[in-house]
Ligand binder design. Sequence first.
Ligand SMILES: *Cc1c(COP(=O)(O)O)cnc(C)c1O
Length: 360
Amino acid sequence: MKRVYNFSAGPAVLPEEVLKEAADEMLDYKGSGMSVMEMSHRSKVYDNIIKEAEADLRELMNIPDNYKVLFLQGGASQFFAEVPMNMMKNKKAGYIITGQWAKKAFQEAKIYGEAVELASSADKTFSYIPDCSDLPITDDMDYVYICENNTIYGTKFKSLPDTKGKDLVADVSSCFLSEPVDVSKYAVIYGGVQKNVGPAGCVIAIIRDDLITDDVLPQTPTMLKWKTQADADSLYNTPPCYTIYICGKVFKWLKKMGGLEAMKALNEKKAKILYDYLDQSKLFKGTVEKESRSLMNVPFVTGNEELDAKFVKEAKEAGFENLKGHRTVGGMRASIYNAMPVEGVQALVDFMKKFEEENA
Ligand SMILES: *Cc1c(COP(=O)(O)O)cnc(C)c1O
């Protein structure tokens, strides 16, 4: 068996320990005589799995009691619609446009009401986070929306925008559990788990409980009403059982690793290895303004498309997978999520050095 260093932006690398445990439990989960894939979501055994996953997540993120945790389907993309459906009482909201995912959420919100662009970094290909200290937020806005870590462009909000008292909604798909957060500063935190948490198929949403009501936009489907899922503890219908089970294992792994403070230190260490090299390289350069750099997604280019392609090809041959940049940006991107070991990043930098020498 040979495992590669997988720099995919998502679905992405998972902790090897978690995969091994899942393999051990594949045929017989804890004496149940069946795989977690095969059991009823109404069984006692599964109830323990989902309850424990939620409890561990609450502990990791220090989630206050007045927030609900929901395990949902439809991906982050479906949640783009769920936000206005459940929150647009005045049919007006503000969006900060820092990349494609924020833009897609913005466009989705326009189906349901007035979505206002509060700030944007489109003028410089989303290579920075705009100043959010004095946004044109009006009193009639239901919420302010951000994509906290921009997976494609490699930027991250280093401080939250001043929402002037309005509820903050954040898509954290690609920075979920990468560092501690103060949940109480948000109304809604959500993310698809396939970037930094688990296999594809589940969105975790952490929602302040006063936002979970019957007062949703007319014609909101039953399934997309947060109250439906909250009242049923995410078991209104069949949840993505196996994905939640793996997420639960990742939560336990994170606790064992020392929790989110320890993950932050580790993620900073990994990102520093890569950014320090990029900052002094004569061949490669990072594409993001320094103050806005993501710890998770690191885009870089040589400035020459042919050389970029050569690098991606040779890197793949050397066991570094999925380094090709997003199709809309080009160049390269290394996603260095929680489960990417320090050695993986160091090995990548060593390979880049070698490539630089050979192609000087
Ligand atoms: C990947 C991604 C999405 C889309 O996720 P899906 O689950 O595929 O819908 C949305 N937002 C961010 C920040 C992402 O990285």
